[in-house]
Design a protein around this ligand. Structure first.
Ligand SMILES: C[S@@+](CC[C@H](N)C(=O)[O-])C[C@H]1O[C@@H](n2cnc3c(N)ncnc32)[C@H](O)[C@@H]1O
Length: 137
């Protein structure tokens, strides 16, 4: 929804050795380009229907981690580095992770907050979790 979030996430993916999976929607290429200053090729997967893609990943043995504030979530500090292929699912900037995707999560991780805001920027939240999953923090 907002400016450079997809491009920012793509730079983080590049930094930690991950790929970014996005739906093939008309606005996605421009959103990817906006925050991305990298000059080399980056790893982007186009998912088609995101829910079906996620279900297939799970069926193939990929671990699926939701990034969301939730009662049952583990805290970021307790998230171990990924030892198996892992997908981190980020929510929509206004509505969060949709219920159909919540049903496909193996675990949820949240980043504790002590300020007055209700949530972090999605690219900030995703970047923190990716660094932890990559074992680089
Ligand atoms: C701006 S937030 C969405 C807020 C939305 N109003 C909601 O209630 O879910 C966008 C996404 O960023 C991620 N996010 C933001 N703050 C987070 C936090 N403190 N812990 C985990 N994920 C967070 C989640 O993936 C969330 O769906």
């Amino acid at each position: 929804m907002h400016g450079s979030n997809l491009g920012t996430l793509l730079r983080t993916c590049d930094a930690v050795g991950a790929c970014l999976a996005v739906p093939r929607l008309p606005w996605v290429p421009e959103a990817l380009a906006r925050g991305n200053t990298l000059r080399h090729r980056t790893c982007v997967h186009h998912t088609g229907d995101p829910i079906r893609w996620l279900a297939k990943q799970r069926a193939d043995g990929v671990r699926v981690i939701g990034v969301e504030l939730a009662d049952e979530a583990i805290r970021l500090a307790d998230l171990p580095a990924a030892r198996v292929p892992t997908v981190a699912v980020l929510g929509h900037e206004r509505t969060g992770i949709p219920p159909e995707a919540l049903d496909l999560l193996d675990a949820v991780v949240e980043i504790p907050m002590v300020g007055h805001g209700m949530s972090l920027n999605v690219a900030v939240a995703g970047s923190l979790v990716l660094y932890k999953l990559a074992g680089l923090l």
